[in-house]
Design a protein around this ligand. Structure first.
Ligand code: ACO
Length: 335
């Protein structure tokens, strides 16, 4: 399909996609050795069966770097072809500087600008895509967008309400103008800061610095979550953002071939599908294999949907995500 605009320019979109999944697979039965839980409970309440756990020698930048290299290779790019890096994570290499700086140095891209989009939870990658599109539009930049999470190292392995939900992963995309780009047709995003208390990772910061007392209480790794309220907000916001982005693009939900949502919980995904009137085969789901991988979840799901041949040229594919903040974002792509 010829997607050039009236001025003969190629569209702005995804020019390469890559992922990194740590080798170690952890089953639900293994969680029973750490907390009072069972495979039956986890599968029934979340749909999750396994997740990946990063190796002890791996850090966030390692995961991000591997996904970035895979995305560059996918688009046949060299590091020198990248003009800017935006990296979404809630589980950074260190507090400061940002993880993007470590990735920049090791990728060998030169002194290009790079920065993290931190704290936007699992909506981070989709928000970062929107930012990358704006930068490509305004400055002609070719952006490297990364979503990465090594959350199993910062969560509380003794809190059964949260620990069984998560996994580690990274996904990356090259975004810019070019022939064959998976066009970004429209994007939307929003935040409800009044809901900042329903989901968060309170591992230090100025409000609750790490002290010996907090470490003794196990509060230095504190993932706080009001599960039921997060569930409600997730369904509401991912559905609404999906409807908004198709409307902005001037199409309807019937035109969308595949929805690739943030993989938090199978029941959340089923509820979003029901609300949007989507049949099972129009919603991509891999939460059973990887659990909730935060900012990595959407790029990993998109990569896998493409890899298994679920996406055809010309298909409209909708990405939708929510995260701590409470943030939400959606992007409509044309393959
Ligand atoms: N194993 C066994 N029992 C458990 C476990 C576990 N791993 N975790 C909780 N329980 C217990 C609870 O203690 C509770 O016991 P009680 O009734 O004796 O108090 C019981 O199971 C039921 O708990 P509920 O909260 O009612 O369970 P619910 O059906 O709401 O499912 C869940 C909980 C899975 C957390 C659900 O609320 C949910 O998925 N919420 C959204 C989670 C989410 O997406 N978080 C986002 C993470 S970050 C992000 O994506 C941006």
């Amino acid at each position: 399909m010829d997607t050039q605009d009236a001025r003969g320019r190629h569209p702005i979109g995804l020019l390469g996609l890559g992922v990194y999944l740590p080798e170690r697979v952890m089953t639900n039965d293994e969680w029973s050795e750490h907390v009072d839980t069972s495979d039956e409970w986890i599968v029934a309440r979340t749909g999750i069966r396994t997740r990946r756990i990063a190796g002890d020698e791996e850090s966030t930048a390692d995961l991000a770097l591997a996904a970035a290299r895979a995305a560059l290779a996918d688009g046949a790019f060299e590091p020198a072809d990248i003009d800017e890096i935006v990296l979404a994570t809630d589980t950074p290499e260190v507090f400061a500087p940002d993880t993007a700086a470590y990735v920049q140095a090791r990728l060998g891209v030169g002194n290009i600008p790079c920065y993290d989009l931190a704290g936007s939870g699992c909506a981070g990658f989709v928000l970062a895509l929107d930012i990358a599109r704006s930068r490509a539009l305004a400055n002609g930049r070719r952006m490297l967008v990364i979503g990465v999470e090594l959350i199993t190292r910062l969560m509380n392995w003794k809190d059964r309400n949260t620990c069984v939900l998560f996994g580690d992963a990274a996904g990356a995309a090259v975004v810019g103008r070019g022939p064959g780009a998976v066009e970004i047709l429209a994007a939307t995003a929003g935040t409800d800061g009044t809901k900042s208390d329903i989901l968060g990772l309170e591992t230090g910061g100025t409000r609750q610095p790490v002290t010996m007392e907090r470490v003794r209480q196990g509060l230095h790794k504190n993932l706080v979550m009001d599960g039921r309220e997060v569930f409600r907000q997730a369904v509401h916001r991912m559905s609404a953002a999906s409807l908004e982005v198709v409307s902005t693009a001037g199409v309807s939900m019937d035109d969308v071939a595949l929805v690739v949502p943030h993989q938090a919980n199978l029941r959340i995904l089923n509820a979003v599908a029901a609300r949007l009137g989507l049949s099972d085969e129009r919603v991509f789901i891999n939460v059973q294999k990887y659990g909730n991988t935060g900012s990595a979840s959407v790029p990993v799901a998109l990569w896998e949907a493409r890899d298994v041949g679920l996406i055809k040229p010309g298909d409209l594919v909708l990405l939708t995500a929510f995260g701590a903040g409470f943030h939400w974002a959606a992007v409509l792509l044309r393959f």
